[in-house]
Write a protein that binds this ligand. Structure first.
Ligand code: UN1
Length: 486
């Protein structure tokens, strides 16, 4: 109810009307190439323009970059002030998250809260340890959490006293611009935090292969993280860390003791909220054979009740995917599945805008998924009562290890399954998205990331020099099991 009240409050004034309609101001460094930001729900709506950095802009930023030599207490005060500004200017951020990134009210509110939490959390942790900053960090962030992950990376690097060169995703340069404006206004010096929107080949390459950079923080695909790793090995000091949070092929196991209504609710949230565009999202649910027909029938009925459409609207459950390319990619994927007779259910999508109707595709198991499917497509497999260990093996065999869900009411099964599982975040009898800064740190194993977990106690130390660090960064961070009993 508090969230809804805040949305209503934010809707009424919308302090800056220019964020709501009509072309926005152009933002960027110099008069270089301009990137048009189009509303993914309505591509005829030009949200604004972001001027992209050319090679010489990146060079100038690298030359000017410096550590933040203010005392830790002052850095914390500035980051808390930035969090205050995010809260005070909620309406603008909310509007840009909807128009630029297609966020529904619920997702936009959650994202704003997460961004504020990250800033306050790292501000507080930065006071714990006075080791020196590493130097200058490149922070490279994704479009799916263009405020929360963007601010989390930057907040951690700054709280530790580093300088930051931040490259936002090309699709979401406007919200990044607003956030950086607020961080500067709060008191982060301009040469300590520089925003560098641009192409991966120009900005990304320079930020990951230059000896003046002392560490890279990246969230995005596993393939890009591997490329960054190679670039860093060539161009940067051997001790420069790569802190990466990457993809996932996330599974859920539902055995026949699970509560069907709860499972359906949690599958809908995990697979289709944010149009499935979360690295934590559920991609493949394994349902015990004897309950599969009744459970999938209920699931398909619930899917038909989802409202797709304008992300501004209160009633919208599922917004658009990020752009025309993503839409075409999913359409082709689903056409192929259709041709193979594997589509079990599909919801109609609005005709205008980059929408994909949530869909369910039949598979034998995770091994049928050749890559991360970053959208509202859920895969379903079944298993027999005596195959639970084999399913856990299949989940581990994917090589990814980000999130995992288990629905069961059998004594000892949680321990049986999670003891063997190699994932960063396991969820029992609840949905498997929406990690909470501080109380439930988030990160993956294997192909899903380098660790340490964001929003957890080991994260900030990785942004500091290693002297006086007594234990490896990931100590004490085994699988987190967040359990909710219904
Ligand atoms: C991502 O989708 O890139 O727990 C990571 C969650 C989010 C996931 C963010 N923190 O759902």
């Amino acid at each position: 109810a508090r969230d809804l009240a805040r949305i209503e409050a934010a809707r009424a004034p919308f302090r800056a009307h220019q964020w709501q309609a009509g072309p926005l101001i152009a933002v960027g460094v110099t008069g270089g190439e301009a990137h048009q930001v189009l509303n993914p729900a309505d591509p005829a709506d030009v949200v604004g323009q972001v001027v992209l950095c050319a090679a010489e802009d990146v060079e100038a930023a690298l030359a000017a970059a410096r550590v933040w030599d203010a005392p830790a207490t002052e850095r914390a005060a500035v980051l808390n002030r930035a969090a205050d500004l995010y809260e005070a200017r909620f309406g603008e951020l909310f509007a840009v998250l909807a128009r630029e990134a297609g966020k529904t009210p619920r997702d936009a509110v959650a994202e704003l809260r997460e961004a504020v939490d990250f800033l306050r959390y790292y501000a507080a942790r930065g006071l714990d340890d006075e080791r020196a900053a590493r130097g200058v960090f490149s922070c490279i962030s994704p479009w799916n959490f263009p405020l929360a992950i963007f601010s989390g990376q930057i907040g951690a690097a700054l709280a530790a006293g580093n300088g930051v060169l931040a490259k936002p995703a090309e699709a979401t340069g406007l919200v990044a611009h607003l956030a950086v404006q607020m961080l500067h206004e709060a008191g982060v010096p301009r040469d300590v935090l520089q925003l560098l929107p641009g192409h991966g080949a120009v900005v990304g390459a320079a930020l990951t292969g230059d000896a003046r950079v002392n560490g890279v923080c990246f969230t995005g695909s596993t393939a890009t993280a591997q490329r960054i790793n190679r670039a860093m090995a060539k161009g940067m000091a051997a001790d420069a860390p790569l802190i990466a949070e990457t993809g996932g092929l996330n599974a859920m196991i539902v055995d026949s003791t699970a509560l069907p209504e709860q499972v359906v609710r949690d599958i809908i949230a995990s697979a289709f909220q944010s149009a499935g565009q979360r690295c934590s999202a559920l991609r493949c649910v394994y349902i015990q054979e004897d309950i599969a027909p009744s459970l999938t029938r209920m699931l398909f009925g619930a899917m038909d009740e989802l409202t797709l459409g304008n992300p501004w609207a209160h009633e919208t459950d599922v917004g658009p995917v990020i752009d025309a390319r993503a839409q075409a990619d999913f359409a082709a994927y689903l056409d192929q599945a259709q041709a193979e007779g594997r589509i079990l259910h599909r919801v109609n999508a609005p005709e205008t805008g980059h929408f994909i109707g949530p869909a369910v595709v039949q598979v034998r198991g995770l091994s049928d998924l050749k890559r991360e499917i970053f959208g509202p497509v859920l895969h379903v497999a079944t298993f027999k009562a005596d195959q639970i260990d084999a399913v856990v093996d299949a989940v581990n065999a994917s090589g990814y290890g980000l999130t995992f869900g288990l629905h069961t009411r059998i004594d000892g099964r949680v321990e049986q399954v999670t003891a063997r599982l190699k994932v960063g975040n396991a969820y029992v009898n609840r949905n498997q998205i929406g990690a909470i800064v501080g109380s439930q740190p988030f990160g993956g194993e294997g192909l899903s990331g380098t660790g340490p977990k964001a929003g957890g106690p080991s994260y900030l130390p990785r942004f500091k020099t290693v002297e006086r660090l007594e234990s490896p960064a990931q100590d004490g961070e085994a699988v987190d099991v967040a359990e909710v009993q219904a």
